[in-house]
Design a binder for this molecule. Structure first.
Ligand code: ATP
Ligand code: LTN
Length: 337
């Protein structure tokens, strides 16, 4: 892994037992590709998961499960650094500097916070949910990441990372790389099967709206077959007028490495039923080996934990260096951090 490669970094929350197809197509698939060309750091962001209530036993299980799924999806510890966020305490240490650099109004404008807070009500919303973006900014800046592969919903947080990096550099001298979002237009937002105008989400979608990668294939097939489609019967990509069909076409095209036009052509003159039946088959064929590999990693917790320990060690070496520089720049007295 040559170190002159541009660096990428990203994270995924261990907030449910299974990744959904939006996580995979919007983010993890790009992570797998980028590990070949970039110096790649990927983590399970367990501290971010704590911004919503978590059962301790489930959180621990879901963290291992998330790491196992990342490996099953094709991340290779020989080609990237894979670790758990809380194993690198420097992230939270840098977060304090980022929080002190962020305006209260600026943080109040984060749409993900506003949406989640509105859903829960003020009394049930933690301060951690409010400061979540500054932890994410620290995750990114502490590795001097050039690019951040995520889905569209994370764009505003990356914009904040850019602003804070520039602000810090302007105030204290060049310290942080200003990161770019890496968001693929076609798969940036996979939609809920039942509500094809809102994103498929671990925490917000109903079970019928989500394709979970570890689901029983029959359950996924049933969900795909009862996905909301649009009036008319023509299979055509049209986000505005045919959001349901467009979403299915996107998933189909990406999993089969085809263009949308090729898939449209394949189904010309056929009905929605044919598209759904085939898509159920495609998803099931993709997910079967993924499920088996995830199970293998879970059945060998020693190997899994050792991969994560090595990853954390590599990550910490980079994180400590950046943190020391940043602490020094703001005028903290050198000592043992
Ligand atoms: P939640 O909705 O509960 O916050 P999530 O489903 O968005 O959870 P995360 O762990 O927050 O899951 O996201 C992991 C990655 O998957 C992020 O890069 C995110 O942008 C991406 N992602 C999540 N949902 C989608 C989606 N529907 N389409 C495309 N990318 C997505
Ligand atoms: N907030 C992101 C997860 C996340 C992340 C990061 C993504 C935490 N830290 C750093 C990219 C880079 C989410 O909810 N999907």
């Amino acid at each position: 892994m040559a170190n002159d490669r541009p660096r990428v970094l990203s994270g995924i929350q261990p907030t449910s037992g299974s990744f959904h197809i939006g996580n995979y197509l919007g983010a993890v698939r790009q992570w797998v590709a980028l590990q070949e060309t970039h110096d790649a750091f990927y983590m399970v962001v367990d501290l971010h998961a704590l911004t919503l209530p978590q059962d301790p036993k489930e959180l621990r299980e879901n963290t291992r499960l998330a790491a196992a799924q990342l490996l099953a999806a094709g991340l290779d510890p020989e080609h990237c650094t894979i670790f758990v966020q809380s194993h690198v305490p420097e992230h939270t240490q840098l977060t304090w500097l980022m929080e002190c650099l962020t305006g209260f109004g600026e943080a109040s404008r984060m749409t993900q916070f506003k949406d989640k807070a509105a859903r829960q009500g003020n009394e049930h919303t933690s301060v951690g949910l409010f400061t979540y973006p500054m932890l994410m900014v620290s995750d990114i800046l502490i590795y001097q990441a050039d690019q951040v592969p995520v889905g569209e919903d994370q764009r505003q947080h990356i914009e904040l990372a850019r602003n804070l990096a520039e602000r810090f550099n302007g105030r204290y001298g060049k310290t942080f790389t200003v990161p770019e979002p890496y968001i693929l237009r076609e798969t940036a937002k996979i939609f809920d099967l039942q509500e094809p105008t809102v994103k498929m989400s671990k925490s917000a979608s109903s079970p019928k709206g989500i394709i979970d990668l570890l689901d029983d294939p029959k359950a996924s097939a049933k969900k795909i077959k009862s996905a909301v489609t649009d009036t008319g019967s023509e299979i055509r990509f049209d986000r505005e007028n045919k959001p349901g069909v467009s979403n299915l076409l996107t998933i189909h095209a990406t999993l089969t490495d085809s263009t949308i036009a090729e898939v449209e052509q394949k189904y010309a003159g056929k009905g929605y039923g044919a598209l759904k039946t085939d898509l159920a088959e495609i998803v099931s064929e993709w997910a079967a080996p993924f499920r088996d590999r995830t199970r293998e990693f879970l059945d060998d917790p020693e190997t899994l934990d050792s991969i994560l320990a090595k990853g954390a060690e590599k990550a910490r070496a980079v994180a400590t260096e950046t943190l020391t520089q940043a602490y020094d720049k703001v005028g903290l007295l050198p000592g043992k951090h």
